[in-house]
Every structure is written in C-alpha cells, then in structure tokens.
Design a protein around this ligand. Structure first.
Ligand code: ZN
Ligand code: ZN
Length: 341
C-alpha cells in the first residue's frame, strides 16, 4: 500500500512510500482508513520540530472501517465504522498511567509519530483504542474526533467552564472553533477573537455559536467584554492561536479570580506578564493531547450535534495530493484539511 511517511530525521524527509499492508496481532484491529485529518503536529513533524521514530507513517486523526481483528478481540465487529485513540502504548504503571492520565506517560508511543499512523490505506491499532462513530457522523467529520477529544480535555476537563460564564476564545483555527463549540455546549457564552487574516474564520465562528466576534486589529475587545460583564472581565479565556500577543491580551481581558487556559502552542518562549496571575489570582491550566475520559464525551458532543466538525473541513485531498494539502494548510488556506487514503 501507499503510505505518507517521515522517512528520516531532519527537515522535510516526508514522502510517499510503498509498504506492506499490516496485519493485526492479538488484541489489535486493522482499520481501513477513510479519512485522516492533517494536524499542526504533522507540519511540525515535516519541519522536524516534533519528535518521531522514522521511518514512520504519519497521521493520527483517523476514521474508517474495521477491516480485520486479531486474536482475542471482542466487542467490535469487522465492518463497523470507528475512530481511534492515538496512544499505541503507554507503560501502564507510572503514576500518570495509574491516575488515568496516560497522556503524561514518559513512555507514551503514539500513532503517526512513534508507530505507523493513518496516512495510508490501513493502520493497526490496539482494539481497546477503538470507538464506534455515531450514526449521524460520517468518516470525514469523525476524523476530527481526536482534535475534539484534545479540546474536551483542555477546554472542559482542565479549565471547567460553568453555565453562564463569559468565555473568550482567541484564535479561530480548527482548535479554536472546536473550543468555542465545546465551551458553548457547557453553557458558556463565547466571544471569539481573531486578526484580519481570520475574517472568514470569524464568520464561521459566528455561525458555530460565538455571540460576538472581534477582529482585534480593528477593534479593541476590552470595551465589549466590559459591557458584557458589568466591567468585571471574562470568567474564562482560551488561548488557541499560539501567538504571544493573544496570550498577553487575554491576561488583560480575564477577570479577577478567573481562569486562563493555554490550548495553543507557541513553539518558543513568549513575553507574558506573570504578575497578573498574582494580582488577579488567576487559575492557569494547560493541556497535553487527550485523556481517555475525553473520548466518550467528544463522541457524545458529536452525536448530539452540540459540536459540528464538518463545517471546519474546507477540503479533502487524495493521499497523492499530500504536498498540495500540506502547502494549503501551511498557508492557512481553509481551516481543516483531510486526506482520503
Ligand atoms: Zn492532531
Ligand atoms: Zn506510564
């Protein structure tokens, strides 16, 4: 089969290669991949900014059909439509694994970086990682379950928005648009912030439930947030852009005793006025990938239509068009791009 692989360390070194079709071992499932999302992590892998074990098939946002099952697998049938959690293995015994936080396990091996992933027709995963797709969710929408699970963990489990909260989400990319929907499903009102470059994404944010959207290069959101909160400031703020100025701006917009959630990655140290954490007595949370508890909730949000992933998918490419897709993503054309192996 054809597979899009990181073939060696270093910048680039990503190419289509012909490899053998894998077969599932005991406890494993073979998935025929129908859709695989391209993630910021994949660009980081391309640029050698994210650790991999090459040669390895990339792709960790996967939906497809169960094509075969290894020995001893029960509870799932060949032909079922599924998505998969991304940790191929964790140690199972460290304090984080034992506490239900395998995302923090130092020995975590994930598909698409350490173990072969889903930018290929077939991928083998532990069968316990599978989740059935809801009937109302097709494979393209279902491939975004993984980023949604990351958002459920970072935006809901970690930052815990409450009904009636005023939330500010900075950065209307795929993660920001999922965050705004998840936070809204939790009962918060949402103001989305972006730049002039985000004009179309901000329109999408409004369609997906943002009460207000602000182009911060044109308007200062502080007056609006003040109006909406009797001058207190936002209850909870989400930095989803990975841009230093947005992080700084959110510190100004959040209220005293409010919550600041860092969801985006900057890729470098940024200037941040940490004094505000003291003065305002802020609670700051971070998040790293997803926890097992986030997956059922992500799927429940999709099944109930409380979060929509389909409107985020601006284009679907064949595997052979991967370079076009990566270029488009890098140049921020569209929101989310999906490969169809
Ligand atoms: Zn991802
Ligand atoms: Zn562990």
């Amino acid at each position: 089969m054809e597979a899009l692989m990181k073939v060696a360390p270093g910048v680039g070194n990503v190419e289509l290669r012909q490899i053998d079709e894998p077969a599932p071992g005991p406890g494993q499932a073979l998935i025929e991949v129908r859709a695989a999302g391209i993630c910021g992590t994949d660009l980081h892998i391309y640029h050698d900014e994210f650790r991999t074990r090459p040669p390895v098939v990339m792709g960790h946002e996967i939906a497809g059909t169960v094509a075969a099952l290894g020995a001893g697998v029960t509870g799932i049938q060949v032909g079922e439509r599924v998505t998969t959690e991304t940790y191929f293995s964790t140690c199972g015994t460290c304090r984080f694994c034992r506490a239900g936080r395998p995302n923090l396990c130092a020995d975590r091996m994930s598909i698409g970086s350490a173990v072969n992933g889903g930018f290929a027709r077939y991928v083998v995963v532990p069968a316990r990682n599978l989740h059935r797709l809801p009937a109302s969710v097709d494979e393209v929408a279902g491939a975004l379950t993984e980023p949604l699970a990351c958002v459920v963990h970072g935006a809901l489990e970690q930052a815990q928005p409450l009904p009636g909260d005023l939330a500010v989400v900075a950065g209307p990319g795929a993660i920001g648009l999922l965050t705004l929907q998840a936070v809204r499903a939790a009962g918060a009102r949402v103001v989305a912030l972006g730049t002039a470059q985000d004009e179309r994404r901000l329109e999408l944010a409004q369609q997906l439930g943002a009460e207000h959207v602000v182009n911060v290069e044109r308007d200062d959101p502080a007056a609006l947030i003040g109006e909406l909160t009797d001058g207190r400031g936002a209850d909870v703020v989400y930095e989803c852009s990975g841009a230093g100025p947005a992080a700084q701006q959110l510190l100004r917009l959040v209220r005293r005793a409010g919550r600041y959630a860092q969801i985006g990655l900057f890729g470098k140290p940024v200037a941040w006025d940490l004094d505000q954490i003291c003065y305002k007595e802020l609670t700051v949370t971070g998040s790293n990938a997803s926890t097992p508890t986030a997956w059922p909730r992500a799927l429940a949000l999709l099944a109930a239509g409380l979060v929509q992933t389909k409107p985020l998918v601006s284009d679907v490419f064949a595997l052979r068009e991967w370079r076009q897709a990566f270029d488009a993503f890098e140049q921020k054309r569209g929101v989310k791009l999906v490969l169809r192996p």
